[in-house]
Design a protein around this ligand. Structure first.
Ligand code: TPP
Ligand code: MG
Length: 314
């Protein structure tokens, strides 16, 4: 397991939570990562800078932050500013900057990104490098054909890739249990003769440990792993979802296992942090997000020159 300072992990989780709150108030269409921060942080925090990531759209803003993209850049891109790395052309959370080796979705279609990730893993193998690719996707997206194509090819060619299903219990209003016929996604690994593991996605230490093992396996040339990280979408599908399709008691029950609270309780119990230290981290995160928002808001909107010749239209 990579050595990551436990307070740094806490800061990453807290930044994810705070960023989500910021975007929820900004747009009624925002898809919140609340409850799934441990999956995103645990999946991406232990990587080398030269590894590639292809993050699921829900949590992609946090994935960029974990990769070291400055908050201000994440913010300008999501607010659609001309200075954002997509210059306001693509929905800002679904494509991180390629400079940080982030493979985006580039359209709203869920699934194809998984095959882009397998393609990146093939490129690494053909070049004889020892980088790895981590790809995350939702439980709903797991029922697309793309994942099977990517698994089949990655298993056959022993590609250096880790597939992490971010199972948050729902695809919009469809329960994962129902859509998956009460089966486990991790179990599918057996059909491809690769390792499959179903883990607690609310505990960042568990996710980090499991993904690190799979990364070491992939780096050693032993091929892909399929991890199913079980978490819960604590809010609606998007900010304005009235969630009439589920019992409010469900999310309330899962809130007891809030990934921030789990880490917080552990750090306090082990004496690795005091309540004051953690509160100070949360307030510095709060200030950084506010500052990034202020700076991003003052950036200019894209103009027709950002859509003209050489850009979107030839
Ligand atoms: C191919 C495709 N089908 C349908 C949609 C519409 N859609 C957007 S988000 C979403 C839910 C996806 O569920 P899941 O993969 O579990 O991700 P989650 O939203 O739970 O993070 C759907 C169906 C889409 N974007 N792409
Ligand atoms: Mg889902």
């Amino acid at each position: 397991v990579p050595r990551i300072d436990c307070l740094d992990l806490y800061r990453l989780l807290a930044t994810g939570r705070r960023l989500g709150a910021e975007f929820m108030s900004w747009s009624p269409g925002w898809h919140s990562t609340e409850g799934e921060e441990a999956v995103v942080v645990g999946a991406f925090a232990g990587l080398r800078a030269t590894d590639y990531i292809a993050p699921h759209y829900r949590g992609a803003e946090l994935a960029s932050f974990v990769r070291g993209v400055p908050l201000r850049d994440i913010m300008t891109n999501i607010l659609g500013k001309a200075s954002g790395f997509s210059r306001g052309r693509v929905r800002g959370e679904i494509c991180g900057p390629p400079s940080h080796r982030i493979i985006g979705m580039y359209t709203g279609v869920l699934g194809p990104q998984i095959t882009y990730a397998a393609g990146a893993a093939l490129a690494i193998k053909l070049r004889g490098e020892d980088d790895v690719v981590i790809c995350t996707f939702g439980d709903g997206t797991a029922n697309r054909g793309d994942i099977h194509e990517a698994l089949a090819m990655s298993a056959m060619l022993s590609l250096p890739i880790v597939f992490v299903c971010q199972n948050n219990g729902y695809a919009v209003s469809t329960r994962a249990e129902h859509a998956l016929n009460r089966a486990s996604i991790a179990e599918r690994a057996r059909g491809y003769n690769i390792i499959g593991e179903r883990i607690d996605g609310m505990d960042v230490d568990v996710v980090l440990r499991s993904v690190s093992g799979a990364v070491a396996h992939a780096r050693a040339g032993l091929g892909p792993t399929l991890i199913e990280a079980c978490a819960m979408r604590l809010g609606g599908h998007f900010a304005s979802d009235d969630e009439r399709y589920r019992d409010p008691a469900e999310a309330a029950m899962w809130r007891e296992k809030d990934p921030l609270a789990i880490l917080e309780r552990r750090l306090l119990a082990d004496g690795r942090a005091t309540a004051e230290t953690l509160a100070a981290i949360r307030s510095s995160v709060d200030e950084q997000v506010r500052q990034a928002r202020r700076e991003a808001e003052s950036e200019p909107e894209p103009g027709s020159e950002d859509l003209g010749a050489g850009c979107v239209y030839a």
